[in-house]
Design a protein around this ligand. Structure first.
Ligand code: ZN
Length: 240
């Protein structure tokens, strides 16, 4: 069975700002989706905030194995019932990859249970993402670090739960550091937060960043049917 991926984007900056349009003329969602379409065993579609129900109906989510989420300026416009549906699917096993400014999305904050606040600076500075989990499936094919010549800075302290696995730590030219690749499990679902990807920088055109996202799709995908059982049970053997 292929891994069914939906790349979701609020699709706001690319339509309203020329500096963003210049970097992502097809929209961030299409730029993120394009290299995934070349992956074996992966089926990719896109959805945006402009679609009815944000493109995330119960039927669509039921057929989604991994949801990738990019949002920034319009987090509050995502209806609560859509967020509730996504959360329910994550808890039931759907993978979720949360990119960059989606640290403030309703769905990520709800799944983390903290403010997810952080320091930031838009100065187009150098970022070096150091691999701190060599051998982890998400860092496969990546060397010691990924270097991005221009990015927004996110700095510690980030108000997130301690990641269950930390795979990248970023260094920024201005001196800050940040936990840039964070793995979590919630219910049966796997969540990966990946920091880089400010809308005015060509980060999603970078082949190493594309590699990490593709690796994260495979890591976050459900490994099989949900076999968990809950509730009152008859004993398996006689208790007499
Ligand atoms: Zn940003």
């Amino acid at each position: 069975m292929p891994i069914r991926v939906v790349v979701w984007n609020e699709f706001h900056h690319e339509r309203t700002r020329d500096d963003v349009k210049a970097v992502y003329p097809d929209g961030l969602h299409n730029t993120i989706a394009a290299p995934l379409r070349g992956e074996d065993g992966v089926e990719v579609s896109t959805a945006t905030q402009e679609d009815p129900d944000c493109g995330l109906t119960a039927e669509r989510l039921a057929e989604t194995d991994v949801l990738i989420w990019w949002g920034h300026a319009r987090h509050d416009d995502v209806p609560d019932d859509v967020v509730a549906r996504v959360k329910e699917r994550v808890l039931a096993g759907m993978g979720l990859i949360v990119l960059h400014s989606a640290h403030f999305s309703k769905i990520f904050k709800s799944l983390m249970g903290t403010t997810c606040d952080l320091k930031w600076r838009e100065a187009g500075e150098r970022e070096r993402l150091w691999v701190v989990a060599p051998g982890h499936p998400i860092t496969e094919g990546i060397g010691e670090y990924i270097q991005l010549e221009e990015e927004e800075m996110y700095g510690e302290h980030a108000d997130i739960p301690a990641p269950e696995e930390l795979v990248f730590i970023s260094w920024f030219q201005g001196g800050e550091v940040f936990r840039s690749g964070c793995c979590y499990r919630r219910g049966a679902g796997r969540i990966f937060y990946f920091r880089p990807g400010h809308e005015t920088h060509p980060t999603y055109h970078n082949t190493e960043i594309q590699r990490v996202i593709a690796n994260a799709v495979r890591w976050a995908a459900p490994t099989g049917p949900d076999v968990r059982g809950f509730g009152n049970r008859e004993p398996l053997e006689s208790l007499g």
